[in-house]
Design a protein around this ligand. Structure first.
Ligand code: SAM
Length: 308
């Protein structure tokens, strides 16, 4: 059987591909979900491990990803946010799956398409929406968020060192000229740059992107649904690119919740209620060979858990 079409490496090169497949430990006739279909690199590989009875559902909220959809009767493309995982699986008559993969963040395609506004290197409107059906853009955030909201966003999602000063400056600058474009933003805040300008702008843009797409909110909802969706023994594999997300994944796998500490009960012990067995004590990171081929894999961290 070979119904498969190749994935699209010009769109995105899959990261930690064999490590993700090992983590999923694919059952030939199983049902799998790729939450972040993108160029279809991971999905193509999952299908290669499935027999004729296997099934794969690929989510992507970006309409552009549909062009990579795989011409294979075992595959279904779902053009929606993975935060609606359970709802869309039910629509397809699926109540439990053998494995879930999420390779978070943006694709190279999104980053490299100038008009999407994700890159600091190309002039474009300050958009940064993965899903163009939503209304919130980076422009709206910069022109309407309060100072405190801006500060938290830059600090939490961008680790911008002078987040408070930047937030204050944005609030006053926009009264004279509202923010509209990438270059407009860069020029307006040029005097506030700390350290290497490329790095600084990358941090500012990362913060905006994560906020526009509510990336941590979507991850939280995905993780919360996973225990109900996975069969016992089913695997969850998450590749993240931001320390905040990696921490959320680590804590949820370990504790079944996002907080660090278990509440102490009156008997002085703190039983863990996690529905998972963590299979990665430390996250798996790309090899030197992978990094030399694909520098964009640089901050990837992969964690694996098994549903108990
Ligand atoms: C890093 S790329 C995945 C690349 C893919 N694994 C491959 O091999 O080509 C992330 C993709 O997930 C999508 N995405 C990110 N967050 C999403 C979400 N919450 N719901 C649905 N799709 C999402 C993005 O639009 C992007 O296409």
């Amino acid at each position: 059987m070979n119904h498969m079409r190749d994935s699209n490496p010009a769109y995105h090169i899959p990261v930690l591909l064999s490590e993700a497949m090992d983590g999923l430990n694919i059952r030939e006739s199983g049902v799998y979900v790729d939450c972040t279909f993108g160029g279809g690199g991971h999905s193509t590989e999952i299908l290669a491990h499935l027999n004729a009875d296997g099934r794969l559902f690929g989510f992507d909220q970006d309409a552009d990803a549909k062009q990579n959809s795989l011409n294979d009767e075992r595959f279904v493309f779902i053009p929606h946010n993975f935060r609606h995982l359970q709802r869309f699986l039910r629509l397809h008559g699926i109540t439990a799956v053998d494995g879930i993969l999420a390779d978070l963040g943006v694709s190279s395609h999104q980053f490299d398409e100038p008009e999407r506004g994700f890159s600091t290197r190309s002039e474009a409107n300050l958009d940064m929406r993965m899903d163009k059906r939503q209304t919130l853009t980076a422009e709206t955030i910069l022109n309407t968020y309060g100072e405190q909201q801006l500060q938290e966003m830059f600090s939490m999602y961008g680790e911008v060192t002078n987040a408070k000063t930047l937030a204050k400056a944005i609030k006053s600058l926009r009264n004279k000229t509202p923010f509209r474009t990438v270059n407009g933003l860069k020029q307006a805040i040029a005097d506030l740059v700390k350290g290497n300008p490329n790095r600084y702008f990358a941090q500012v843009f990362q913060a905006l992107r994560i906020e526009v797409n509510d990336e941590t909110g979507a991850l939280r909802e995905l993780l919360e649904q996973a225990p109900a969706v996975l069969k016992p023994g089913g695997r969850m594999v998450i590749i993240s690119f931001h320390s905040l997300e990696d921490r959320m994944v680590k804590l949820f796998f370990r504790n079944g919740r996002f907080e660090e500490k278990e509440e102490q009960n009156p008997f002085g012990f703190s039983p863990s209620n996690t529905p998972f067995r963590t299979l990665t004590k430390k996250p798996i990171t790309p090899s030197d060979t992978e990094l030399s081929r694909n520098p964009r894999a640089r901050s990837a961290k992969l964690r694996i858990a098994e549903k108990i």
